[in-house]
Write a protein that binds this ligand. Structure first.
Ligand code: ZN
Length: 157
């Protein structure tokens, strides 16, 4: 997949980012496994974790940690999952590096409904059969997260 056909390089995704820092952005997932499911994505088309310098990896995970704190607080979550799938065999559907952040609550999924199983089962981002949020709902969510993110960063922690 090259940059031209990459959904994460599209203007739509770039504009739906609710947070940006040091070349990375946080966007709500179009097809959330659970409410609050977000993605951390490099703003540039980077396919692999191995393309990042040590310094960029530090920024990537530092930003992801801050966003995770924000998301878990906003969704009043007890816990969270992180998932980074690299390569088709690992279930990566978009060949643009991304880290899933999934806020969790006790008993939010049935035992046979583990997030990883759901993540593996979720189809490619451009698959029309995939259950995705309608544009209005998605844009509203993205706007709400943007506002809350600004509030979160202005709080004394
Ligand atoms: Zn891309």
């Amino acid at each position: 997949m090259n940059k031209k056909h990459c959904p994460f390089c599209s203007l739509d995704v770039q504009q739906s980012a609710f947070a940006n820092k040091s070349g990375f952005m946080a966007v709500p997932n179009h097809s959330p496994i659970l409410p609050g499911h977000a993605l951390i994505i490099p703003e540039q088309h980077i396919e692999s974790l191995y393309e990042l310098t040590d310094e960029q990896i530090g920024r990537f995970f530092t930003f992801a940690r801050v966003v995770t704190g924000f998301i878990t607080q906003l969704y009043d979550a007890d816990a969270y999952d992180w998932s980074l799938q690299e390569g088709e065999a690992a279930g990566q559907s978009v060949s643009h590096l991304h880290l899933h952040i999934i806020p969790r609550h006790t008993n939010d999924l049935k035992p046979d409904e583990d997030w990883y199983v759901k993540l593996q089962a979720s189809k490619a981002i451009d698959d029309s059969t995939r259950e995705i949020m309608d544009k209005l709902t998605y844009d509203r969510l993205s706007k709400r997260l943007k506002t809350d993110w600004l509030l979160y960063n202005s709080e004394d922690k």
